[in-house]
Design a protein around this ligand. Structure first.
Ligand code: DC
Length: 226
């Protein structure tokens, strides 16, 4: 049950691949009745769509032209926001392929790609309000720094690389985590970094439950669980 607009909270969770963002943000969304927004899935959907159109990340004029023709909207899937491109949700199976894993950081480094998603990501707060959520938990790489620098809660998750590679392998995904993090951290626009003032949590030796408890303890001060 929604508590009304006064208690609407925004939780920003940033971190590298397999740092624990997704599991913890899904759990928080359930516990506090927040809309869950995985912005990595937005970059993946755009990447899948541009690759489908035969556009290479190195061909900037083609990227700009293709972006200008894309229309974004949102569909709810349970508590999660799914991005529609031209009215179609790009299926999970298409956005988690090896091909997309290999290209997504290159597209995500292009300022026009990030700009094309800026307002859309911020608009997810309105989507959450319209659907009666008590707030929004958004995960990504630049949420606490660029998208919602004024978020009520900002967390930065990290874990050592061996542990993150093990987590991805357990999920059955082939992913060059180290290479993606290198590209995501070294790009000029909105590089992956702990936002100033964010709470940094090392998840290497912690269970999901422990990570969630640490975050939930801060959030519960503002928003007691329903
Ligand atoms: O969270 P993920 O691994 O599914 O994200 C896929 C890629 O998208 C990641 O390598 C970097 C990029 N990304 C980004 O640049 N900014 C975000 N807010 C979210 C993802």
């Amino acid at each position: 049950m929604s508590r009304g607009p006064q208690s609407f909270v925004i939780v920003a969770i940033d971190g590298g691949a397999a740092s624990g963002k997704s599991s913890s943000s899904r759990t928080l969304s359930e516990r506090f009745h927040l809309l869950h927004v995985d912005t990595g899935s937005f970059y993946r959907a755009i990447t899948a769509e541009l690759l489908r159109q035969g556009v290479a990340a190195t061909d900037l004029p083609a990227v700009h032209a293709a972006l200008a023709a894309l229309q974004f909207s949102t569909r709810l899937h349970g508590r999660s926001a799914q991005m529609e491109i031209g009215g179609r949700v790009v299926p999970e199976a298409e956005i988690r392929t090896r091909h997309v894993n290999d290209h997504v950081s290159h597209f995500a480094a292009i300022p026009e790609v990030r700009n094309a998603l800026l307002a859309y990501q911020r608009d997810q707060a309105d989507v959450a309000r319209q659907h009666g959520f008590d707030g929004l938990v958004m995960e990504g790489r630049d949420i606490g720094s660029i998208i919602f620098p004024e978020a009520d809660f900002r967390f930065f998750l990290h874990a050592d690389q061996t542990e993150r590679t093990r987590r991805r392998a357990n999920e059955g995904h082939q992913d060059s985590i180290a290479e993606r993090d290198r590209l995501d951290s070294s790009r000029k626009t909105a590089p992956l970094a702990c936002p100033v003032g964010a709470i940094s949590i090392d998840t290497t030796h912690r269970t999901l439950a422990q990570v969630v408890e640490e975050m939930a303890a801060s959030i519960a001060v503002r928003l007691p669980a329903p």
